[in-house]
Design a protein around this ligand. Structure first.
Ligand SMILES: *Cc1c(COP(=O)(O)O)cnc(C)c1O
Length: 378
């Protein structure tokens, strides 16, 4: 393969070899399924890493979001506030339960949920069942402000930290501020089990209940008896083995992602029309994906740049299209960040931005290729 034209990925799985040892152990002990030591240990190791008391390993991050809502006893018609600028998995589970998502705009400082827009939403809907806060692309949201509003209204906060595992806010891990936090180990995330998720909480009863619901809600009886509807949402012992191996490299991946972000920032700083995605000064991001936005009245569009990159065999991707603009959520309420003229903040980021190749295996030479394509366009 011609080295100078090797494909550069946004974020692909990076294995370190230790995953195989845990999988082998599962095979050797025939604990291939359903549960076993890897599941228990992966839960313990992740909980210890993020500083949460309890964790339940699940089949996906989406399953974790879904169970977090079930655990709050979400009912048909209940309102749930959720970040608009996110991947659909943050809010689809609200629809699974026939509850009503109300979308909250971003603020420009971190691209995450706007505390002002959240306040506005509470004026119209004083009793939502929960607030789902996303830490987009691994940048911590304005947690202090969001938490204060949730506490004032006595509404539980669920953190969708699917993209932000290992990112911290004032020294504490994202995902551990709310009543519950969720992580994803999908193939493109900072670490992966090929597919999987985790629900964390300091409330032991919630996590016990999550394990119960995720294994078909079997009552404690010899025969199969069910008093509640259950789910097949548990992580397998094989995938948990991959997770244990991946945990050993999580901080290394974070460091590499940060270097990638800093390298792009440094070498694109000469371009007046280009800005990197913002950091939260109170946080330490995991820089899952590095993004840029095009500022001002440039004739260069994200589509043009993404086409130019694709021609050079580089993977680029638009910013998540905000949920309030999705056909499937037409008619849902949306609260805009104040003082944005015309477009909402989330829509403006969507229209002006895109994600750069941020794979931990990318070298500085690889990034130089990306930078050259961008520079040439301007
Ligand atoms: C990836 C992702 C999820 C879903 O995780 P899966 O493990 O793919 O189900 C949820 N929320 C956000 C913000 C994500 O990026």
């Amino acid at each position: 393969m011609k080295q100078e034209n090797k494909r550069l990925y946004l974020s692909s799985p990076t294995m370190n070899g230790r995953e195989q040892e845990y999988i082998k152990e599962a095979f050797d002990t025939n604990w291939v399924a359903p549960l076993g030591k890897n599941v228990d240990e992966f839960e313990r190791e992740l909980a210890r890493f993020v500083g949460s008391s309890h964790a339940a390993a699940l089949s996906s991050g989406t399953a974790a979001v879904h169970l977090s809502l079930k655990l709050l006893n979400l009912q048909i018609g209940d309102v749930v506030f959720v970040s608009s600028l996110t991947f659909s998995a943050s809010c689809n589970p609200i629809a699974y339960e026939k509850a009503i998502p109300v979308f909250i705009d971003s603020e420009p400082d971190t691209w995450n949920m706007s505390p002002e827009a959240l306040r506005e939403a509470f004026r119209k809907y004083p009793n939502p069942k929960a607030v789902i806060l996303v830490h987009l692309y691994g940048t911590p949201a304005k947690l202090e402000e969001i938490m204060a509003i949730c506490e004032e209204h006595n509404v539980p906060l669920i953190e969708d930290a699917a993209e932000s595992l290992s990112a911290t806010y004032k020294g504490k891990h994202t995902g551990t501020f709310g009543k519950m936090g969720i992580y994803s180990f999908n193939g493109n995330k900072i670490i992966t089990t090929s597919g999987g998720g985790m629900l964390v909480s300091d409330d032991e009863e919630l996590i016990r209940k999550a394990r119960f619901l995720s294994t078909q809600s079997r009552d404690p009886a010899r025969h199969y008896q069910h008093s509640e509807i259950g789910y097949n949402y548990r992580m397998s012992n094989i995938l948990a083995g991959i997770g244990r191996g991946q945990m050993t490299c999580l901080l290394e991946h974070k460091e590499k992602k940060n270097e990638i972000y800093q390298y792009y920032k440094k070498h694109l700083s000469g371009l007046e029309s280009v800005t990197m995605n913002p950091m939260n000064p109170d946080g330490d991001a995991n820089n899952w994906l590095s993004c840029i936005t095009i500022e001002g009245a440039s004739s260069v569009t994200p589509d043009l740049l993404m086409d130019a990159m694709e021609a050079e065999n580089m993977e680029a991707r638009p910013i998540w299209k905000p949920m309030h603009l999705q056909p499937v959520f037409t008619g849902c309420d949306f609260f805009k960040h104040p003082d944005c003229n015309g477009n909402s903040v989330s829509e403006s980021i969507f229209k002006r931005g895109f994600c750069l190749p941020s794979d931990v295996k990318n070298t500085t030479e690889d990034m130089d290729r990306v930078i050259a394509v961008i520079k040439q366009a301007f």
